[in-house]
Design a protein. Structure first.
Length: 418
């Protein structure tokens, strides 16, 4: 037992050492991406036309590090800023599958073939699903050629504030959002590698081929696995005899689909769009898995897991830095002090129950939506309880509820706080 625990810890540290340098760079790149695209650009490029906005939205979503839950409020915001339904669907499909951080992490563990194939597959599947929606939904036409001027809080970052916002997002918000899932994925990958890796367990139970791809694809559909955290799990499965195509099918459906996302898309974009979204994901994962198995063998991927891209000391230092960043993110709470300072006797206060919030992206979307409402002074979001506390003067409950619903969440009022 002791030897097995040592093996698990060794495998865990080796995997995080391979991923850490690429993840740290990916975090910084993600922070920059989070602030350089304006709402005006969205309205100009994702609203007018049918197919062109779909292609742009899919390409726009590929490098963004958003999971299948956090992509919902962002996609809702795109829609509100003038993006067509087809473009919004393309963004919903392509974005969760990969991101600039997971692209680098994929290269570090699974090699360049996987790292290139994943974003290309995300792009194509987004264009496919969004194109079907754009062609079949004749009601989704832009009202004018000019984008609506944005007055929301999401458009207020200017100048030097963008540098701070980029660093905060890349080095604090994003690591905090994926930290828990990433650590779970690393542990799961280490367990799979130690206990069944090298034994061809899966290939004996289900031989590589269409059935194995279909099985892993179906397993990934209802699960919630972020694009980066799923990589060590896929690596462990490949070492256990799963074909690259089957591992890819799980990598595609796991991050992009889960029960909560499917229900939300059904509500926000309608039944037809949701079915197109789900069908596109499953078809793309299956066909993509079959194609990848023709491009790369299990042996080739396994060999790519045993490379030395970085000096040993640099991998260890990066791993320590990444662990420190994830640990700090777990305890960092933005605006915690401000949340408790607002206690004016003449202010109104109320609490709202909001469902669908899962991460800091969701928290930021709700906070920004409420801060743009009349009379709002302070907003405090409790992700764990799903409770939002709002204080200020002359609060309009109906306006607050509408603002949260436009951000892509369900909401109901509670008894006002004392």
């Amino acid at each position: 037992m002791r030897e097995q625990l040592i093996d698990i810890a060794t495998q865990f540290w080796a995997t995080i050492g391979e991923m850490a340098p690429f993840l740290l760079f990916g975090f910084l790149a993600a922070g920059v991406l989070s602030v350089i695209v304006s709402a005006d650009w969205i309205g100009r490029n994702l609203g007018k036309g049918r197919i062109a906005p779909v292609v742009r939205a899919s390409a726009f979503g590929v490098p963004l590090p958003l999971c299948s839950c956090s992509v919902i409020p962002v996609a809702t915001s795109l829609r509100r800023h003038g993006a067509s339904k087809g473009a919004t669907t393309a963004f919903l499909i392509s974005t969760p599958q990969t991101g600039v951080d997971s692209i680098f992490a994929t290269f570090s563990l699974l090699g360049w073939t996987f790292a290139i194939f994943r974003p290309i597959a995300a792009l194509i599947s987004g264009v496919l699903g969004g194109g079907v929606v754009a062609i079949t939904d004749n009601r989704d036409q832009p009202e004018s050629d000019e984008p609506t001027e944005c007055t929301d809080a999401c458009c207020t970052a200017r100048g030097s504030g963008k540098v701070v916002a980029a660093l905060q997002y890349g080095l604090l918000t994003l690591p905090r959002d994926i930290g828990k899932a990433l650590l779970i994925g690393l542990v799961a990958g280490a367990l799979i590698t130690v206990y069944i890796g090298g034994n061809d367990y899966f290939s004996q139970a289900v031989p590589p081929g269409p059935v194995q791809i279909l099985l892993l694809m179906l397993v990934g559909v209802p699960l919630y696995i972020c694009a980066t955290a799923s990589i060590p799990i896929a690596a462990g499965l490949i070492l256990a005899g799963v074909s690259p195509g089957a591992a890819f099918a799980m990598l595609m459906t796991g991050p992009a689909t889960n029960a909560a996302t499917i229900v939300t898309i059904w509500k926000v974009l309608g039944r037809r769009t949701c079915l197109i979204y789900l069908g596109t994901m499953m078809l793309s994962a299956f066909v993509g898995g079959i194609l990848l198995d023709q491009l790369v063998s299990i042996d080739a991927v396994q060999m790519s897991m045993h490379h030395d891209w970085m000096p040993v000391w640099f991998r260890h230092a990066s791993a320590i830095g990444l662990i420190g960043l994830l640990g700090f993110g777990a305890f960092w709470r933005p605006g915690r002090k401000a949340d408790h300072e607002h206690s004016h006797a003449d202010s109104d206060s109320l609490q709202l129950t909001v469902t669908g919030m899962t991460c800091d992206h969701c928290k930021a979307s709700v906070t920004e939506a409420l801060q743009a409402c009349t009379g709002v002074g302070e907003v405090s979001v409790d992700l764990k309880k799903g409770v939002v506390s709002v204080s200020g003067g002359d609060l309009q409950t109906d306006e607050l509820i509408i603002a949260i619903e436009k951000a892509g969440f369900s909401v109901s009022p509670q008894t006002p706080s004392e």
